[in-house]
Design a protein around this ligand. Structure first.
Ligand SMILES: [Zn+2]
Ligand SMILES: [Zn+2]
Length: 93
């Protein structure tokens, strides 16, 4: 994962690993730790908003557009994420 960068496609802001994203269910988390899937309700956010409070902008961009790096690695990562999005949300225990 060393060659992958995550940054806003619009302003180049890089997520700092903090929980900046809030779901409609009330969960607040780091959307890049779950590839856009809310850990609370399982909703998939295919668009991700930049975080102006942390130095970014207010633009929404497709989640996959945030990933930048070597093309081959990025394409593989995007495929993995898309496959994950197709899977059913596991029942919570
Ligand atoms: Zn949620
Ligand atoms: Zn931005």
């Amino acid at each position: 994962m060393a060659d992958i960068h995550v940054r806003c496609p619009k302003c180049k802001w890089e997520p700092d690993g903090k929980p900046h994203w809030a779901c409609t269910c009330g969960t607040v988390w780091d959307t890049f730790s779950t590839a856009g899937r809310c850990p609370g309700c399982g909703k998939i956010w295919k668009d991700t908003q930049c975080v102006i409070n942390a130095g970014g902008c207010t633009a929404w961009s497709p989640h996959l557009d945030w990933y930048d790096g070597l093309d081959e690695i990025i394409e593989r990562l995007k495929e993995e994420i898309k496959e994950g999005w197709l899977q059913e949300v596991p029942a919570r225990t």
